[in-house]
Design a protein around this ligand. Structure first.
Ligand code: GTP
Length: 354
């Protein structure tokens, strides 16, 4: 079975961290999201993954040298300066996907525990042209909400006002599609599969839904990205519970990648995720934060609810609180206190508190 992974968007809401990596390569508990996706697809019986990307995303993905988990991996590249949206890349990949059998399509920016075998089975049984994985959320008001009759999706109601949502089920960004769907997508231009293709299928009664129960997280915005890391860390924390070392204190759950060094009397955790070769000085405190690889946190720094980009340098006594995002290679000088939600561009030097 083949799977098309959409990964050629610009991830504008995740700037500045997405200036230097596509969303699908953001680490989730120190493993690129795309690696989690490959693992799950391989478990689900997929043998070929086609990555729908732009040229720059292809470059970053190749550079990362992910384990392919036994999958054959191919690229389908949007034309230069012409992003194809969420439907155009599907039409572009038509020849690579072929017309032999149903296939999976999924957004490369979701972390989801999807049982693909079950989803495929639901698709075969329903006889629909598209079967969408549906996920239950507490408050569906900021999503497209499915109006279901049995397993048939009648329509999606976009961002309904409170109390007016037809269900709590939203599009989880993973689909099983039959090759007949290609006929519904215009060629050579950007197409939104959600707005242009699914409504047509729904009108014709050819759109079905299948509820998924496992973890489902979209990493669209920095706070969601941070939350995704915490939820996944929670879900795997038993397997990575670490002993308290003598010189500093660990408050589980934490994840420390290889090469991490922590100075005396520092307190790491709860919910501290430190990437490869991160160096933390003495008397520092890091909680509810994700620190990308090669970053350095100096003595006495306090980080709570922050994201620190790759190779960034956080000075002595610096305070980074909830929602602070420090871009790759940025430097925050000693004693600077950043207010909640402060965002620092990549490679910028911050010398004053603001
Ligand atoms: P924002 O700019 O923050 O909205 O993010 P985005 O456009 O990258 O992501 P969005 O959630 O809108 O898109 C869902 C999925 O489709 C993501 O995995 C994107 O990478 C992918 N995607 C979005 N636009 C394109 C595109 O023009 N071409 C390709 N190949 N993939 C796309």
């Amino acid at each position: 079975m083949k799977a098309l992974i959409l990964a050629g968007g610009f991830a504008t809401r995740l700037r500045p961290l997405s200036c230097s990596r596509p969303k699908t390569l953001f680490p989730i508990v120190n493993k690129p999201l795309l690696q989690w996706i490959f693992e799950r697809l391989a478990q689900g019986g997929v043998d070929e993954a086609i990555l729908a990307v732009n040229a720059l995303t292809q470059f970053y993905i190749r550079q990362h040298k992910l384990s392919k988990c036994g999958l054959k991996v191919r690229f389908s590249i949007d034309p230069p300066k012409m992003p194809l949206g969420t439907g155009g890349p599907l039409k572009k990949a038509e020849k690579l996907i072929g017309h032999n059998e149903p296939f999976i399509m999924l957004n490369g920016d979701i972390y989801a525990d999807i049982n693909y075998r079950e989803l495929v089975e639901a698709h075969r049984k329903s006889g629909a042209l598209a079967t969408l994985a549906l996920c239950t959320v507490e408050d569906p008001c900021s999503f497209g909400v499915a109006d279901l009759q049995g397993n048939v999706i009648k329509r999606f109601v976009e961002k309904p006002p409170k109390g007016k949502a037809p269900s709590n089920l939203i599009n989880a960004g993973a689909y099983i599609l039959s090759p007949e769907v290609f006929a519904y997508i215009p060629e050579g231009r950007a197409v939104s599969i959600e707005r242009e293709v699914f409504p047509k299928l729904a009108e014709e009664g050819k759109l079905c839904g299948h509820c998924i129960n496992g973890l489902w997280i979209d990493i669209g915005k920095p706070q969601e990205y941070l939350e995704a890391n915490k939820i996944v860390l929670d879900s795997i924390s038993n397997s990575i519970k670490r002993q308290n070392p003598a010189s500093f204190s660990l408050k589980n759950p934490v994840a420390l990648d290889e090469g991490v060094i922590v100075g005396e009397k520092s307190v790491i955790g709860p919910y501290a995720i430190l990437g490869k070769n991160v160096k933390v000085g003495a008397n520092a405190q890091i909680s509810n934060s994700v620190i990308f690889a090669e970053a350095q946190i100096a003595d006495g720094a306090i980080l709570n609810g922050a994201i620190v980009g790759e190779g960034a340098k956080i000075g002595r006594g610096v305070k980074l609180l909830k929602g602070c995002v420090v871009g790759d290679l940025a430097k925050v000088k000693d004693s600077v206190h950043l207010h909640e939600g402060a965002v620092i561009c990549p490679a910028k030097e911050v010398t004053e508190t603001f």
